[in-house]
Design a protein around this ligand. Structure first.
Ligand SMILES: [Fe+2]
Length: 283
């Protein structure tokens, strides 16, 4: 059995975890399902964000959070500084230039291959209707679960001091599940769709200076599924304090079923080489 084969009964389990009365996503050939997915697509196009609070039903949420907290000790932690553009900066500009200013990030990630095969999270990720719904919201014709053995579906773990500094994502979109809130901090903040504006650098500079104009705070409401256009939108996660980890599964997809992460990305986020790992075969 490959990692992407759904074990017997798991499709039923995945469907039972989702509030399908509020979010009818199980069959896009059904008119009601299609109309709902179309509304989500429109919301994403207009705002760069599609937020589905209460996506995971309360009973399933509690057991999934407990289960995930148990394997969260398998997280690899990465401490780094980076520019808002996650690149090497501009060597011709000075250090105070927006292109070169450094933000701090400290986050752990549990690789996909360390998440138990029978976990609720994997059953959810491997459920085809969820993939099809997300692909529809993003307007993708070809849409597959990500074939990377570590990054297909990983769990971000923010412990005491964990944070993710202001940045634009390299990837076009990010799909996350708000699974467990920390005691304090860990707020997701964003400045909607400023990429490409004539005064983009000016806005980014003022946000890095602490200006709150245009900053939106997204409450961490457990059970929420978030589809987010992270390369158009400046965003961060504020510093977490307290003993309870902020747990956020990241569900990844690709338009090519064979594409995987680079070795440098694998080393950075999971501290391992992918040489011995088997691709999940996408799908
Ligand atoms: Fe991001």
């Amino acid at each position: 059995m490959t990692n992407n084969t759904i074990p017997n009964g798991s499709s039923t389990i995945a469907a039972s975890m989702i509030d399908l009365s509020q979010y009818p996503i199980s069959d896009l050939s059904n008119a009601e399902s299609r109309a709902f997915a179309d509304r989500c697509r429109l919301e994403y196009q207009q705002t760069g964000l599609c937020m589905l609070p209460g996506f995971i039903k309360p009973a399933a949420l509690e057991s999934m959070a407990n289960e995930t907290a148990e394997f969260s000790d398998k997280a690899y932690f990465c401490k780094s500084s980076h520019s808002a553009y996650l690149d090497d900066g501009d060597p011709n500009a000075n250090q105070s230039d927006v292109a070169n200013r450094q933000e701090q990030t400290y986050v752990g990630s549990v690789a996909y291959d360390l998440i138990p095969q029978n976990s609720q999270l994997k059953q959810l990720y491997q459920w085809d209707p969820l993939k099809d719904f997300i692909g529809h919201v993003l307007g993708k014709t070809n849409f597959y679960r990500f074939a990377d053995p570590f990054g297909a579906c990983s769990v971000n773990v923010f412990v005491e001091g964990g944070e993710h500094g202001w940045h634009f994502d390299e990837s076009e979109y990010t799909v996350t599940l708000m699974l467990q809130a920390p005691e304090k901090g860990g707020t997701f903040e964003y400045v909607p769709q400023i990429r490409g504006q004539a005064n983009e650098k000016e806005i980014v500079g003022s946000i890095l200076d602490g200006d709150r104009d245009g900053v939106v705070e997204l409450p961490f409401t457990t059970g929420t599924l978030l589809i987010f256009g992270g390369n158009q939108t400046l965003h961060r996660v504020t510093r977490v304090t307290g003993d309870k980890a902020r747990l956020v599964p990241v569900l990844c997809y690709a338009e090519d079923p064979t594409v995987v992460n680079s070795e440098s990305v694998r080393q950075l986020f999971w501290g391992r080489s992918g040489k011995d790992a088997q691709p999940t075969a996408g799908g």
